[in-house]
Design a protein around this ligand. Structure first.
Ligand SMILES: [Ca+2]
Ligand SMILES: [Ca+2]
Length: 261
């Protein structure tokens, strides 16, 4: 299989004339900024990775809250519902994306996933080392682009980093790549083995482990909005702002139930 040249997220973002320079956020808004928080429940029964978010563990897990449109200029703000779960082997992501025009064409690893409607997890697995982070982007077809930044956003990413053993499945309600009609949503279910983060964190993680994370979306061809869980602080679109990631804590609270008492 041929391998396409990697395209970092930043040049893709900044090349879009739609998102020209915006003034920085107002000082008052900046002073009030607090990182969003998420308590990651432990999956009592591992979800089946089939793109259906109907597993009992997902049912009982809260979503992370509304996404923000940090660099919004115009167009509908399509929302996202994102959840995390964990167990000894995996970090699980369940996401539903509101989307009137679903774009998804790329399936080859590390291909131009950001051109599609895609969802991105950014994770600094050890909150004590916030500059060391990974980003894993995926679309509804299961296409993945992933990278490792061992020395922060201003230094080069690792030459090659592919998360191994990732399980992913997606579903959608609507049509793909047919923007004359109106779609409803797409959803993806992902399991990422913790062992991929072994360079940064012990394995397996323990309850109470603190991580810095963010979720981001690219909106695809039509209405190509950028949205994210935790608001970046850059005037130009950039998701590589680890100092602005939200906070996640692994809990030992089981989902949906612990043992009967
Ligand atoms: Ca499932
Ligand atoms: Ca879209």
């Amino acid at each position: 299989m041929s391998r396409l040249r990697l395209l970092p997220s930043l040049p893709v973002l900044t090349s879009l004339t739609l998102l020209a320079a915006l003034p920085p956020a107002a000082p008052a808004a900046e002073a009030a900024w607090q990182p969003p928080q998420y308590r990651v429940l432990r999956a009592a029964i591992a979800p089946q990775i089939d793109g259906q978010l109907d597993d009992p563990a997902w049912f009982a897990a809260p979503h992370a809250g509304d996404f923000v449109f940090t660099w919004w200029k115009q167009g509908p703000r399509e929302q996202t519902r994102a959840k995390l779960l964990w167990d000894d082997e995996y970090l699980y992501i369940g996401v539903i994306c509101q989307d009137a025009h679903i774009t998804a064409r790329h399936t080859e690893r590390d291909s131009k996933i950001p051109e599609d409607d895609c969802f991105e997890l950014m994770i600094a697995p050890d909150a004590a080392k916030p500059e060391i982070y990974f980003n894993i982007e995926f679309n509804v077809l299961g296409g993945i682009l992933d990278n490792f930044r061992p020395n922060g956003p201003k230094q080069p990413r690792a030459p090659k980093w592919d998360a191994e053993g990732v399980k992913i499945a997606g579903r959608y309600t609507g049509t793909l790549n047919q923007d004359a009609d109106t779609d409803q949503s797409w959803q993806v279910e992902v399991a990422i083995p913790w062992k991929n983060f072994a360079a940064v964190m012990g394995r397996p993680p323990r309850p109470g482990a603190a991580m810095n994370i963010n979720f981001n979306r690219h909106g695809g061809k039509t209405n190509p909005q950028y949205s994210q869980w935790s608001r970046a602080d850059t005037p130009q679109p950039s998701f590589h702002t680890p100092e602005r990631f939200g906070r996640a804590t692994l809990t030992d609270e089981p989902s949906p139930f612990g043992p009967a008492r």
